[in-house]
Design a binder for this molecule. Structure first.
Ligand SMILES: Cc1cc2nc3c(=O)[nH]c(=O)nc-3n(C[C@H](O)[C@H](O)[C@H](O)COP(=O)(O)O)c2cc1C
Ligand SMILES: CCCCCCCCCCC(=O)C(=O)O
Length: 361
């Protein structure tokens, strides 16, 4: 029986090839940050209010023009067809049915046009909420074409991942010799549609030479809202404001890039402070429970993202699994709000969160 997100991870672990399980579960180097993300939430306690609840609680949010049924979105995760044959098509259908925002990874194993079509078909009466995650490629012509494809497919925001000047090093992948996708799976958004060898697929380039000038370039080439994913230093948050960025997704890539960075929830208050309410700050990393969502929102996040939980849902039970993971998080969020005496997300304020004294969390 799937009672919580962890149950899905357990089933996924038994179903998946161990090499692919490790790819998803793992983090960089010693996995200090990977563990810190969940521990960060566990060290925080909730201090509920009483005698001020409401029979029905409002969980809807509106973010960058996308309406969503809850402040939990699907962070971008690569290679869904590694864990389920329907891959991102199943994920997109589940997200659309749940009314959740899905950030489609640039490294998806289904082309963004097909992902969008699957989402639209799942909810013919409304527009599904899809955003696109981008690794800015040094070949700007290619990047521009890809942004155009994502926009034409119906993605309504760009999430630019900036924490990957080089690829993080997973020792699990190295030990397992996992260096390439299996036969038949490709990053479909990287396929040459016009130039190059027709039908061939490019490698994603992680470039240490990317700079704020590239963000400025992107700003000039799209009218979509731009969020930066992976800004961790408050000074970079302030720079993002100056470069016309519309939002931040506070993320350490689920502990998969630089190991030893703080947990995202520990950084949240100072990042919220750094942007001073001028743009929304979203957060991902270690969110596994409705209580985690409430803690992040109370500390100022506009919404949270989940990465691995979605992949576990997909691996364990395809579209139905992702749907159930999202439902569970929604139910837990609603239940936690009720127990905290909160009638809506607006009632979540920092005074509801306490740091557990050291040694007791
Ligand atoms: C299997 C996997 C693939 C990922 N692929 C991407 C990606 O393509 N682009 C990206 O920006 N982040 C990627 N991430 C990071 C997630 O977007 C997100 O930051 C992270 O998973 C959040 O932590 P959580 O897994 O604890 O929820 C990936 C994470 C995982 C686990
Ligand atoms: C097939 C083995 C590794 C290939 C690396 C490509 C990286 C794509 C981006 C995925 C990602 O961000 C992640 O965290 O994983």
């Amino acid at each position: 029986m799937f009672l919580n997100v962890r149950d899905f991870e357990e089933v996924a672990r038994t179903r998946l090839d161990p090499v692919y399980y490790d790819y998803v579960a793992g983090g960089a180097r010693d996995e200090v940050t990977l563990r810190a993300n969940e521990e960060g939430f566990q060290r925080l306690s909730l201090l509920p209010r009483v005698l001020r609840g409401r029979e029905k609680r409002e969980l809807d949010v509106s973010l960058f023009g996308s309406r969503a049924s809850m402040p939990v979105l699907l962070s971008p995760t690569a290679f869904h067809r590694l864990v389920h044959p329907e891959g991102e098509l199943a994920t997109a259908r589940a997200a659309a049915a749940a009314g959740a925002i899905m950030i489609v990874s640039m490294a998806s194993t289904v082309a963004v046009e097909e992902v969008a079509a699957a989402a639209r078909a799942a909810v013919p009466d409304r527009a599904p909420a899809l955003w696109f995650q981008l690794y800015l490629q040094p070949d700007l012509e290619f990047t521009e074409a890809l942004v155009r494809r994502a926009t034409e497919a119906g993605c309504t925001a760009l999430v630019v991942t900036v924490d990957s000047p080089v690829l993080g090093l997973s020792e699990r992948n190295k030990r397992n010799g996992f260096t390439d996708l299996p036969e038949g799976l490709r990053c479909e958004n990287l396929r040459e549609l016009r130039g190059g060898e027709p039908g061939s697929v490019r490698q994603i380039v992680m470039s240490p030479e990317l700079s704020w000038e590239h963000v400025d370039w992107l700003r000039r080439h799209t009218s979509l809202p731009i969020l930066l994913k992976g800004v961790l230093h408050p000074e970079d948050a302030r720079l993002a404001l100056r470069h016309g960025v519309d939002g931040l997704l506070l993320s350490n890539h689920g502990g998969r890039q630089l190991d030893s960075v703080p947990s995202t929830v520990d950084l949240l208050p100072e990042m919220v402070d750094a942007v001073g309410g001028r743009i929304p700050v979203l957060l991902d990393g270690g969110v596994r429970r409705g209580t985690d969502v409430v803690k992040a929102l109370a500390l100022g996040a506009a919404a949270v993202g989940v990465g691995r939980p979605v992949v576990w849902g997909l691996a364990a039970d395809g579209e139905r699994g992702v749907r159930r993971v999202l439902e569970l998080l929604r139910e837990e969020l609603d239940h936690t709000l009720a127990l905290c005496g909160a009638g809506s997300l607006r009632d979540l304020t920092p005074d509801l969160v306490r740091r557990t004294p050291a040694g007791r969390g």
